[in-house]
Design a protein. Sequence first.
Length: 438
Amino acid sequence: MTPTLINLNENTRTPPPADLPSEPPKRRLRILLSAYACEPGLSSEPGVGWSMMEQVSQLHDVWVITAEEHRLPIEAELRRNPRPNVHWIFVDPPRWLTFWKKGERGRRIHYYLWQVAAYFAGRAQHKRTPFDLVHHVTYVSYWTPNFLALLGVPFLFGPVGGGESMPAPFRETLSAEGKRFEQRRDLVRGLAHRLDPFLRLTLRRMTMVLATTYETAAKLQDIGVSNIRLLHEVALSDDDLDRLSQTPIDDNPETFSLISMGRLIGWKGYHLSIQAFARFHRDYPNSEYWLFGTGAEYDNLRQLVRELGLEGVVHVAGAVPREELMERFERSHVMVHPSLHDAGGWACVEAMASGRPVICLELGGPGAQVMPEAGFVIPARTPEQVIDEMAAAMLTLAQNPERRLEMARFAREYALRDFSWPERMKKYNAIYGELVTT
């Protein structure tokens, strides 16, 4: 069968075909959500799992299968706000298989083993209350199998990412730890992609796979997946969008302020954005750059700031209370997100919803999310070229407030329109209707 690839994202570059099926199911379905990470009040993957539960359960009867570690916060939330049509299945691999796991250490191995436990728990529940559909929502790595695809009912996988790779010229700019991380990642993906028979088996048993990026879609096609749709992973609740849309936009700043938020690790590319800011700052000294987050590159980034003579204008601030972070965010004017292989890019969407233009690279999720009218999407050919073009983008936005405000307005309208959970759920529900014969 020839693989098909259809873009479901609403943007002006590659609009979806007009003749896509759009009929929702004609009845409430019994849906099993596979959500290894699922917890209220968190962002990233646990937040995706929780948000999917909230959205899907408004339309269908839902069983959520998740990791045991999320039981206490979920049960506490359910005591405050019961969800009568949501049923919970908490599973974990046997303790004797995972006694070595401490915090995030060994997380991926634990996730793989969890998939086996989830299959047996899901199969037992399926015998009691047959499911119409299984939808896997977290984790979102294409290279880990999901054995629930073997239940014999329609299976929707994703959106999933993980096919994104750092362009080779940029690897030489990483620290020793950053290079080791990329080598480990390449090794794990390569082994899974080529040698894991369970990955190939489950991917071929999936009815449809949603890919977050073209890079991941290409990897899935290489494995032999025949029905792929492109769809962003990121979506925000109405409450989040309402809060972010109220963030004031400063049209006459005394100091031009750029901001980045994320893990301080090599592939996030902050060593490149600091160097770009150094060049920009020479031409526009009334400026500052704030980086928030923690990670293995924290000390290296602070050392780079010292070497470039940027103390006092580049602030590698680490982790701070949310109130302080939001206060600084409201005083910022541009989001810089120089990630070298992000599948998603929550910070970019939140920035756009807040009316902040984004400077990012034309790689992975951010490169697909950020429209040219909402910021600068910079090709990633060489490190020197990226540093030059990021610096030029910073200068353009600082020297042209009218253009910056025009981008800010478009970014906010675009995010509010295309990245809301209710709008995303309409697409999921149309897919459910396509996959399930009602």
